[in-house]
Design a binder for this molecule. Sequence first.
Ligand SMILES: [Zn+2]
Length: 156
Amino acid sequence: MANIDHYISKIVNDGFPELKNITITAKYKKLKNSFMQVEYESETEYIIQIDTSLEGVNKDIMLGGIAHEIAHVFRNVCSNFLGTIISGVMYRISSKYRTRDERETDLLVVERGFGKQLLAFLKYNDKYYYAYTESDGLTVKELKKILAKNNKKKRN
Ligand SMILES: [Zn+2]
């Protein structure tokens, strides 16, 4: 997992320095419902599970997926204890809540500088898993628009 560990520290250092004291590790696992998911171990420990089919995909795809999971960790760490419990329950019972949570998580990834990599991941997801709709998170189309707008702002 040397590569993956390196990706995790790059994302934390460059995008989420607030998480320097949180231990984030990763492991490959056969997943049923997604390419990646993050598991809460304790307040300071999280494990990113990566579907075995992603072994060997290119760097940007991997960074984009991991950045999304780390953004989930960030949102979790920043909310208080009660907030964490409520959001955990709501995520499971309310599809509307889940949609909002996924979209806000994607926007956070963009804000922290990994939008380009997230786009690579979403494209891969659309091709090999299924095409994300707006209720799953940002779509490829939406993300492209946001990134184009950000680029324009940077130039001005
Ligand atoms: Zn997510």
